[in-house]
Design a protein around this ligand. Structure first.
Ligand code: TYC
Length: 101
């Protein structure tokens, strides 16, 4: 028979680790119209009117607001798309991403 002893593996990562999520942040500025910020949030992040307004006013009052979290690729794509919409209209409105803890 087979008497070999198999040692349990210790300190090994679980097989399926979830991908780290990344936050998309909305940054305040003094020039972009509030209505434009709300329109971009609705178009790119698919929020409703009330959620978009609350995110916009939080960024306006506090300097920035977390919009949502996504996998890195989706977060970066949405931040770029939203920032490009603003640049195309000549506004300084900026969206950035950062990894979650
Ligand atoms: N602060 C801008 C204004 O007073 C509005 C604004 C809100 C701009 C949130 C950017 O992320 C922002 N017109």
């Amino acid at each position: 028979m087979n008497d070999s002893v198999v040692k349990p593996r210790t300190g090994v990562k679980p097989k399926t680790e979830r991908p780290r999520l990344h936050k998309v942040l909305l940054l305040n500025d003094d020039y972009t119209p509030r209505e434009f910020v709300v329109a971009v949030l609705r178009a790119v992040f698919r929020t409703g009117e009330d959620a978009a307004y609350n995110i916009m006013i939080t960024a306006h009052q506090k300097g920035l607001c977390v919009i949502a979290v996504y996998t890195r690729e989706v977060a970066e794509t949405k931040a770029t798309e939203a920032t490009d919409l603003a640049r195309n209209e000549g506004y300084p409105l900026t969206f950035t991403t950062e990894p979650e803890e």
